[in-house]
Design a protein around this ligand. Structure first.
Ligand SMILES: Nc1nc2c(ncn2[C@@H]2O[C@H](COP(=O)(O)OP(=O)(O)OP(=O)(O)O)[C@@H](O)[C@H]2O)c(=O)[nH]1
Ligand SMILES: [Mg+2]
Length: 299
């Protein structure tokens, strides 16, 4: 008898959710950066273990949203939990029990979700700090289980994946056994460019940018030509992204091309066009392009 189920990974921004998804699947499916609010939409990652297919859903960090884009991101995070058989609440053990973590735990408790607590980044804190943090968190919601891991080093993650595989309900596999994600290559390409923008620019610049793949053409020689557009919402950001004599955009393109070549397993020709587009983050079409739903009018 096979097992198959959904596991949602939720938590505050920067807790290490995407790092965990990549670790458990053994593939780089979701982009990671040291900056908060890197992930903008749900990313599915699939792993197989002992007759069990685990469908992991990485979600955007949950925070108090302001822009329409932010509201759509947080809505996507909560939607990610609705079909989940298990919700993993990931908490950064170094930053500990902040108000945002408290609010998320309380909301999960209210919704009576089957929830496991995962303390992450244990490589950054002394072991003695973990028990008091666990105690404080377990007072907020009833977690079925608690894991202490480092998504970065892999410490403790094997136990977690064994337990997830066992916890999945009986049923047929929903995806072919060697699938890793349902993310289309076009979206992956845009995300890899956005990851470099998060890694190579600062302050508001990465938050005021979005990336869309305009064309993705396989060539007869086995390579692929990818054209992407970066939209920036603020005047001045275009110049920052392009950099002195084009140096910044060249460096973003070079790293992204290298990563994409590895992920797609073939040579990549990448062309990046930067356009200024005021208020793209309020435009339903721009949100839809990255798989988000328009959250409607709000505060
Ligand atoms: N030292 C250490 N760093 C980690 C660990 N897990 C994640 N990180 C780092 O924490 C930062 C945030 O990781 P992400 O995986 O992007 O976090 P996230 O929760 O997906 O963040 P958002 O998508 O912004 O909500 C990155 O710099 C990671 O390299 C860990 O176990 N140990
Ligand atoms: Mg993320």
């Amino acid at each position: 008898m096979t097992r198959c189920g959904f596991v949602a990974i939720v938590g505050a921004p920067n807790a290490g959710k995407s790092t965990l998804l990549n670790r458990l699947t053994g593939a780089k499916l979701s982009i990671v950066s040291p900056k908060a609010q890197t992930t903008r939409f749900r990313v599915l990652g699939i792993f197989m273990r002992a007759q069990s297919q685990v469908l992991l859903v990485d979600t955007p960090g949950i925070f108090r949203p302001r822009r329409k884009l932010d509201r759509a991101m947080v809505a996507a995070a909560w939607t990610g939990t609705t079909d989940a058989d298990v919700v993993l609440l990931i908490v950064d053990a170094r930053t500990g029990l902040r108000d945002d973590v408290r609010e998320i735990a309380q909301k999960l408790a209210q919704e009576k979700r089957r929830c496991w607590l995962v303390l992450n980044k244990t490589d950054l804190v002394p072991a003695t700090a973990l028990l008091p943090l666990t105690a404080a968190l377990t007072g907020l919601a009833s977690f079925e289980r608690t894991y202490m891991i480092s998504a970065q080093t892999g410490d403790g993650t094997e136990d977690l994946s064994d337990a997830l595989a066992e916890a999945m309900p009986e049923g047929p596999y929903l995806y072919p056994e060697d699938d890793l994600t349902d993310l289309p290559d076009r979206l992956l390409a845009a995300e890899i460019v956005r990851e470099q923008i998060f890694l190579q620019t600062h302050e508001e610049v990465p938050y005021a940018a979005t990336v869309e793949t305009e064309s993705f053409v396989e060539r007869r020689d086995g390579s692929v030509r990818i054209d992407v557009t970066v939209y920036v919402s603020r005047p001045g950001h275009k110049a920052i992204l392009i950099g002195d004599k084009g140096s910044r955009i060249k460096s973003i393109g070079a790293r992204a091309r290298q990563d994409l070549g590895g992920l797609l397993d073939r040579p990549v020709h990448l062309f990046i066009n930067v356009k200024e587009r005021k208020s793209w983050d309020e435009e339903p079409a721009r949100l839809r392009a990255i798989g988000l739903e328009d959250p409607g009018k709000g505060n």
